[in-house]
Design a protein around this ligand. Structure first.
Ligand SMILES: C[S@@+](CC[C@H](N)C(=O)[O-])C[C@H]1O[C@@H](n2cnc3c(N)ncnc32)[C@H](O)[C@@H]1O
Length: 312
C-alpha cells in the first residue's frame, strides 16, 4: 500500500527526536522490553514508555504483550516496514552515542544471560525431573519419531540439547548427530548419558543457537525441544537454522502454546510465555522455510505444540 503524505510525516516526526532515534537504533539487535531500554538509556520508565508509544503509533515499532511483559520490535510488516528499514540505513553505526548505547545493551543482555546460565548450572543435575514436569514427554517423543519416520537422516542437530535426551532418542535413527548447548554443566551430563548408553554416533559440544559454527546446508534435521522459550530472539535462531539446513531438510520445534504462568519467568528463567501458530508461521515465511504442520498435545497446566517446517 502506498503511504500518504500525512503518514510519512507522522513517522518522520516520531523518528526525528534524539532519544527515539537512539531507541530505534537499539532495535537493530532484535526484540526488547521497556525494562531493557530503561537500563540502557538510563531514563525513567514513563519517558521510555512514552517514546515507545509514539513510535508504535507512527507504525515504526510493533508490540506484543505476553503476561506482564511487552516486547517491542521494528515493524516488519504493514505499510511502514520499508520506511523504517530506510530510516535504519541512515542511522550511523559509528556515532559515539549510539556505540555507547550498543555497548550498554550488550552488558544488559549479558547480565540477563548470566541469570539464565546460572539457572541451568544450578539445575543441570535435576533437569531430567524438571523437564517432565509440564510435558507429556513420552507422547512427544513418540510423535517426533513418527513424524520423521520416512526421512533419511544423515545429520541431526539438537539445539539446546541439555542433558541430551533427544540425541538418545534419535541415536538409532540417524547416522550422525550433534547436540549443542551453552551450558557446560548440561553438556557434562549429556556426555555421561551418551557414554553410559554406549551411543557413539552422537556428540555434544558447546555452542550458541544464534551462531552455530556449522557449514551452510549441512543438516537434515534440526530439533528445538523446549529451548526457544529461553531465547532472546527466537526468530534469529530460526534464521541461523535455515542457513545450515539442507534442501528439503526439516526443523521441528517443540514448545509451549501461549500461556499465562508468569512464575516460569522468575523460577525457571523462561523469557517467552509460549508461542502462537501465527508467530511460528511468520518466522518460517521470513527465513525461507515452508511451514508444514502443527500438532497440539494438551497437558494438565500447559499445552505443547510441535511445529514442523522444511527448507525449500
Ligand atoms: C529447557 S532446556 C531443554 C533441554 C533439552 N532440549 C530437553 O528437552 O531436555 C534448554 C537448554 O537450552 C540451552 N540454551 C539456552 N540458550 C541457549 C543458546 N543461546 N544456545 C544454545 N543453547 C542454549 C540451555 O543451556 C538449556 O540446556
Amino acid at each position: 500500500m502506498e503511504l500518504t503524505l500525512d503518514n510519512i510525516l507522522i513517522a518522520l516526526k516520531a523518528a526525528g527526536e534524539e532519544t527515539r532515534l537512539r531507541v530505534l537504533a537499539l532495535f537493530r539487535s532484535g526484540e526488547l522490553t521497556v525494562t531493557e531500554l530503561v537500563s540502557v538509556l538510563r531514563q525513567s520508565q514513563p519517558r521510555i514508555s512514552r517514546h515507545l508509544r509514539l513510535l508504535c503509533e507512527a507504525g515504526l515499532l510493533e508490540r506484543h504483550r505476553e503476561g506482564t511483559w511487552i516486547f517491542y520490535r521494528l515493524a516488519d510488516s504493514g505499510d511502514k516496514a520499508n520506511l523504517v528499514k530506510s530510516i535504519m540505513e541512515y542511522i550511523p553505526y559509528s556515532d559515539q552515542i549510539l556505540q555507547h548505547d550498543q555497548e550498554r545493551l550488550v552488558d544488559v543482555k549479558k547480565e540477563r544471560d548470566k541469570k539464565a546460565a546460572k539457572y541451568f548450572q544450578e539445575n543441570a543435575v535435576n533437569w531430567d525431573k524438571i523437564r517432565s514436569l509440564y510435558v507429556a514427554e513420552k507422547q512427544v517423543e513418540e510423535y517426533l519419531l513418527d513424524v520423521t519416520s520416512d526421512m533419511e537422516i544423515n545429520d541431526l542437530l539438537d539445539v539446546g540439547t541439555g542433558t541430551g535426551r533427544i540425541l538418545e532418542l534419535f541415536s538409532s535413527r540417524v547416522k550422525h548427530g550433534i547436540g549443542i548447548d551453552l551450558s557446560r554443566e548440561m553438556l557434562a551430563i549429556a556426555r555421561s548419558h551418551l557414554e553410559q548408553q554406549k551411543i557413539s554416533n552422537m556428540q555434544v559440544r558447546q555452542g550458541d543457537m544464534y551462531d552455530l559454527a556449522l557449514k551452510d546446508n549441512s543438516m537434515d534435521l534440526v530439533i528445538f525441544h523446549q529451548v526457544l522459550h529461553f531465547a532472546d530472539d527466537p526468530h534469529a535462531a530460526i534464521k541461523e537454522t535455515s542457513r545450515i539446513l539442507r534442501k528439503n531438510g526439516q526443523v521441528i520445534i517443540v514448545d509451549f502454546l501461549p500461556h499465562k504462568i508468569e512464575k516460569l519467568r522468575e523460577e525457571h528463567a523462561h523469557r517467552r510465555l509460549g508461542f502462537s501458530q501465527e508467530e511460528v508461521k511468520e518466522w518460517c515465511s521470513v527465513t525461507g522455510l515452508k511451514y508444514k504442520l502443527m500438532e497440539i498435545m494438551q497437558g494438565s497446566e500447559l499445552d505443547i505444540a510441535i511445529w514442523v517446517a522444511s527448507k525449500n
